[in-house]
Write a protein that binds this ligand. Structure first.
Ligand SMILES: NC(=O)C1=CN([C@@H]2O[C@H](COP(=O)(O)OP(=O)(O)OC[C@H]3O[C@@H](n4cnc5c(N)ncnc54)[C@H](O)[C@@H]3O)[C@@H](O)[C@H]2O)C=CC1
Ligand SMILES: O=C(CO)COP(=O)(O)O
Length: 335
């Protein structure tokens, strides 16, 4: 029996808490940043704002108090939007201690620092003389489908292979299958960068350009995300796995994707502000990740044509159609 604290009660944290609770054998605490969200889940037995339609059983303790959520936790699984990771871990740090395992399920790259989420977490802990193993959970996994118990497979990555194997056992169930990987860089970048390509896939759908264009975008998308991940120290084969190609396929084709839906609105001519307003407070990580990815691409001298066009669209500098035309007009090259 492990005590697991799930930090973040958006759609993903709530779905992970439900999956771990259904697996059995664990005590689950769910922390919401917002007291109102915590009160709604406790009061109604449902996360009405971020994951409506799924009962959250009373056995999952729900709180907005960090100390209460982390008390006795052996595994801390965090799932908040990337822009909140640094501040959240700064508030968790006083309640963390040696012997605990941290797992990040956030997909993104920090603005400005261009750090991956596990690097942000390690940096926050190091400033407080704390060093804990940080694993990464990533792969094709819509929150609603995991919450519904649909068979789902993800990657659990940690440089310490013993920790990855332990988490594989602690999290695995009949509906959640985990594959271990020691390539934290590749897994984390695969999960973050696919959101940028999903925005582009949405643009193609919004412009009604058809299946040829969508398939071309997914394939050339994995080519450029793999180039960047390898330049950053990740392994090529990792990007062919669940947290690369797998998540790219899901997010570029799945109607549940927020990133794809923002892209669709942009393709139909909406402004970015209007497209984001349509999400009602839910996060589309690809928007900030696009800028960070381009920053990393410049740092490592990697060509990322699709990401560059996504950034130009997001900045309002290029129309979606002009962006696609520019991609098609690029000089010919080998595959
Ligand atoms: N929703 C999904 O299907 C999946 C999401 N993810 C990733 O999980 C992370 C969280 O996404 P979701 O749970 O979907 O978020 P969400 O779209 O349900 O939104 C969470 C909301 O809570 C607020 N919030 C959460 N934690 C906060 C904090 N610590 N401080 C301030 N505000 C906070 C956010 O501003 C946002 O409005 C993202 O990086 C996402 O890419 C990964 C896999 C699947
Ligand atoms: O990461 C996800 C699925 O693996 C969710 O994608 P969206 O954030 O685009 O909905």
């Amino acid at each position: 029996m492990s005590r697991i604290a799930v930090m973040g009660a958006g759609a993903w944290g709530t779905a992970l808490a439900l999956s771990l609770w259904r697996r059995g054998g664990h005590q689950i605490a769910l922390w919401a940043h917002s007291p109102a969200v915590a009160a709604t889940i406790r009061g109604t037995g449902e996360n009405k704002l971020f994951l409506p339609g799924f009962a959250v059983p009373g056995e999952i303790t729900v709180s907005s108090d960090v100390a209460e959520a982390l008390a006795g936790a052996e595994i801390i699984l965090s799932a908040m939007p990337s822009r909140h990771v640094r501040a959240s871990y700064a508030s968790f740090a006083a309640h963390l201690h040696a012997g605990q395992i941290l797992v990040s399920a956030t997909k993104g790259i920090e603005d400005g620092t261009l750090l991956r989420m596990s690097e942000v977490i390690a940096q926050v802990l190091a400033a407080r003389n704390l060093s804990l193993p940080v694993a990464v959970l990533s792969g094709p996994s819509f929150a609603q489908e995991l919450a519904a118990g649909a068979p789902t497979a993800v990657t659990i990555a940690c440089s310490d292979t013993g920790v990855a194997s332990l988490l594989q056992q602690e999290f695995g169930s009949g509906s959640l299958r985990l594959y271990t990987n020691d390539d934290v860089v590749g897994v984390e970048l695969g999960g973050a960068l696919k959101n940028v390509i999903a925005l582009a896939a949405g643009v193609v759908a919004g412009l009604e350009l058809g299946h040829n264009s969508a398939a071309a975008l997914i394939t050339r998308g994995i080519a450029e995300t793999t180039r960047l991940a390898v330049a950053c120290g990740g392994r090529r084969e990792t990007l062919a796995g669940l947290s690369g190609m797998g998540d790219l396929i899901l997010t570029c084709t799945g109607s549940l994707s927020r990133n794809r839906s923002v892209g669709i609105q942009l393709g139909r001519g909406a402004t970015l502000a209007d497209a984001l307003a349509g999400l009602n407070g839910k996060v589309a990580e690809g928007v900030s990740t696009a800028f960070a990815a381009l920053g990393l691409a410049e740092r490592y001298g990697v060509e990322m044509p699709i990401t560059s066009q996504v950034v130009a669209i997001l900045k309002g500098e290029r129309s979606p159609l002009a962006a696609i035309e520019e991609l098609m007009a690029r000089p010919g090259r080998d595959e």
